[in-house]
Write a protein that binds this ligand. Structure first.
Ligand code: NAG
Ligand code: NAG
Ligand code: NAG
Length: 425
């Protein structure tokens, strides 16, 4: 068993190898992965959709502060829209890259929805700006997930509603896709009225109880990198050079997300590693590390003097979660190094309208299993769809009007277990 320090030295080597896709690597890949998977590993989100015969479309959305985002749509014109927002270093591909028999994007499309897969500013698909060039203008990168919530999400929601003619949509976020939603819904509360229901997968707001072994390392690395720097824009091709480099990358992946090889389809590694990481600003990480340290869900900490100027107080203000009046369904797991159950419970206490509090009973599910996991289609997605349909219709299946009754606002964990069968039954 290689030691942690072996992996650490190897990781530094891999980061240096990033972008090196050598002829030597091809031999390892071809010996270990099916040709069809290696073909998919070369494809973008839209190319993946086309390969599987889904109607992909590209839309551009400009934010109030002039960032130009790409949204990928699995187009079902006339159908109800759902907007899906990925997590940190991830992209629209996350919802479909495990294939039509697995991805939530496909599942929702097949269930009759018009599916919009967003890309946050700074990821590989959303590097546009009216004036700034991400390759040469450092100012481009001075944002965290605060700006993704405050500017990107409202622009995306308004664009989807304008294009489809609906007055409301439903939202799915994973990880940072939930953080940014809570930023939007608390700081621009008028957007709550545009949301039927927000489904929060591995929600991240409070972080005081996060115990990832990589947090301390993150503090050290990010301090060295500094604010507003572009991070990890390319696939870590160095991971795919040999069995050794692959094991090192997986070692770090488990340290970050929580280890659960049983739900991880190893055959898809080339596709996953082609799409993740997809780029971010170092300030997104720094902002998260601040939450971890302060144990508060609050705006970016610029230091006392700057805070005084920007916020009129020495400490960055907390996000007013009581203003998140949209119905929120939360799905979270017990082996998640980035989302601690205790922190989700605190979040739930603060949110005014929790309609589903769904802690999966599978002890090993981690931060990503409900998105990429082998059992996600069977064990997670049906309930997500059910909740979506209930709150979208504004009526429970038995006819009860949910807009006038409070009784359905908190579904017990019991009732969720009845609808989702345990894995080993
Ligand atoms: C893993 O992915 C491969 C390639 O897409 C697929 O054929 C296989 O069914 C998947 N395995 C499981 C257990 O889902
Ligand atoms: C109908 O369903 C809602 C939501 O599931 C529930 O709160 C309510 O008690 C049900 N009403 C009846 C009459 O069964
Ligand atoms: C869960 O269901 C069991 C058996 O039906 C019941 O005894 C228990 O009180 C329920 N717990 C909750 C929290 O509803």
């Amino acid at each position: 068993m290689p030691t942690a320090s072996y992996h650490w030295r190897c990781l530094l080597g891999l980061l240096c190898l990033t972008g090196l896709w050598t002829a030597g690597a091809a031999g390892f890949l071809e010996d270990h992965f099916p040709a069809s998977v290696l073909e998919e590993a070369e494809l973008s989100t839209l190319q993946l959709l086309a390969r599987h015969n889904y109607p992909g479309e590209l839309h551009a959305v400009t934010t109030e502060d002039n960032y130009v985002l790409q949204v990928h749509r699995i187009a079902r014109p006339g159908a109800k829209p759902v907007l899906l927002m990925h997590g940190l270093l991830d992209s629209s591909a996350t919802w479909i890259m495990m294939g039509p028999h697995s991805g939530l994007g496909y599942f929702l499309y097949d269930a009759g929805y018009d599916v919009w897969l967003a890309n946050a500013r700074g990821n590989r698909y959303s590097r546009g700006h009216v004036e700034l060039n991400p390759n040469t203008d450092k100012a481009y990168w001075s944002f965290s997930w605060h700006e993704i919530g405050y500017y990107d999400l409202p622009a995306l929601i308004d664009a989807v509603l304008a294009k489809t003619g609906f007055q409301k949509l439903s939202y799915f976020g994973h990880s940072q896709g939930t953080t940014s939603f809570f930023v939007m819904a608390s700081t621009r509360p008028e957007y709550n009225a545009k949301i039927h229901v927000m489904s929060a997968l591995a929600p991240v707001a409070y972080m005081g109880n996060v115990e990832s072994p990589l947090v301390a390392l993150g503090h050290r690395l990010l301090r060295a990198v500094g604010e507003g720097q572009e991070l990890l824009p390319h696939a870590l091709n160095g991971c795919l050079l040999s069995e050794r480099t692959l094991q090192t990358c997986l070692y770090y992946m488990w340290k970050l997300l929580g280890k659960n090889p049983a739900e991880f389809n190893e055959t898809m590694i080339p596709v996953i590693m082609h799409h993740v990481p997809a780029g971010a600003s170092s300030s997104q990480f720094l902002h998260y590390l601040q939450l971890h340290k302060s144990d508060r869900f609050c705006s970016y900490d610029h230091g006392e003097k700057e805070n005084q100027r920007i916020y009129g107080q020495a400490q960055p203000p907390e996000y007013p979660l009581e203003k998140v009046t949209a119905p929120v369904a939360l799905y979270y797991t017990q082996n998640d190094y980035l989302t601690a159950v205790k922190d989700v419970k605190r979040l739930i206490e603060r949110l005014p309208k929790v309609v589903e509090d769904h802690l999966y009973e599978y002890m090993k599910w981690n931060h990503i299993d409900m998105v990429w996991g082998i059992s996600a289609r069977r064990m997670a997605q049906p309930r997500m769809l059910e909740i979506l349909q209930i709150y979208e219709a504004g009526k429970a299946p038995n006819g009860t009007d949910l807009t006038t009754t409070q009784s359905a606002e908190r579904t017990t964990e019991n009732s969720t277990r009845e609808t989702v069968n345990p894995i080993d039954e």
